[in-house]
Design a protein around this ligand. Structure first.
Ligand SMILES: [Zn+2]
Length: 293
């Protein structure tokens, strides 16, 4: 079965180019969407300078500059699909996205992970441009959790689940992939989002009627990126629920990691899904959004 990892980064979590290819081979991953993460240095996670390479290389447009994505792509063009998102607040962001698409062949607008509301005029303009270019947008959502890293500095990205709905309404011709704790905590219709970034997968069973499900039913331009602990944990809370969800939306969930372990494959393979659905989740949906040429 073909496997495409629809969310990963270069020089991330102890992996350089060689280690990343070795890891992809080990996990039968044919290709990977290689996403940048561009934001001012004082906006990204306080631990990132320890687990991402951009700052070590003296790059200010990090923690994952597009130049590092491009370096991997040039060395193994058949293994990587380029993602790039400028900071939408940059006055030239739309022109830069066009240049990345036209010159370097960037196919995905992402990862968008900045401390601003994603329904701001700057973001909406960039997302319209991404839609015109046929680039799906990968968005990281996080609620403000002042205690996560015991740091007075707060960590929020994008706004709330209602911000996401406004974005989906404003840009019906752009495909969006929901990702990260602030998105996945809404898989369940409970109050957990007010206090927790991550659920307890043993205790926090799914309450039907979650916003993620409502938005998927209402907006055909919403897709789901199951990467990282947030996606994996959301889909581990109630496997019967997950199986039904992945069956209903078998065309709109994408296998993705944002890490280098195999836990997301283990999860998908444990659900007893028909092979034709697994094929969609593992590669066909990604290929539908970013066709091979
Ligand atoms: Zn993210």
């Amino acid at each position: 079965m073909r496997i495409i990892d629809a969310h990963n980064h270069p020089d991330w979590l102890g992996h350089d180019f060689t280690r990343m290819l070795e890891n992809m081979d080990k996990n039968n991953i044919e290709r990977c969407w290689l996403l940048s993460h561009i934001c001012p240095r004082n906006e990204h996670n306080v631990i990132y300078n320890e687990v991402m390479g951009g700052a070590v290389l003296g790059m200010s447009d990090g923690p994952v500059p597009f130049t590092r994505c491009l370096s991997y792509k040039e060395r193994a063009p058949e293994r990587f699909i380029l993602g790039y998102s400028p900071d939408p607040r940059d006055r030239e962001a739309c022109r830069m996205l066009i240049a990345a698409n036209k010159i370097y062949g960037a196919k995905i607008c992402g990862e968008v992970k900045i401390r601003t509301m994603y329904d701001s005029p700057d973001c909406i303009r960039l997302f319209h441009t991404a839609g015109e270019l046929g680039m799906p947008v990968v968005m990281h959502f996080d609620y403000d959790r002042q205690t996560t890293y015991k740091d007075p500095w707060t960590e929020w990205y994008g706004g709330s689940i209602h911000t996401l709905e406004r974005v989906l309404q404003e840009c019906p011709d752009t495909i969006f992939l929901g990702h990260a704790p602030g998105f996945w905590i809404h898989i369940s219709n409970d109050e957990l989002w007010k206090t927790n970034s991550y659920p307890n997968i043993e205790k926090d069973k799914i309450v039907p009627g979650g916003e993620v499900v409502r938005l998927l039913r209402k907006y055909p331009n919403l897709y789901c990126d199951i990467s990282a602990g947030s996606g994996r944990m959301a889909l581990s809370r109630d496997k019967k629920f997950t199986k039904e969800l992945l069956t209903e939306f078998q065309d709109r969930f994408l296998y993705a990691r944002d890490c280098f372990d195999n836990s997301h494959q283990e999860l998908l393979n444990s659900l007893d899904l028909p092979e034709e659905i697994l094929k969609k989740l593992y590669a066909e949906n990604a290929l539908h959004l970013v066709p091979e040429n």
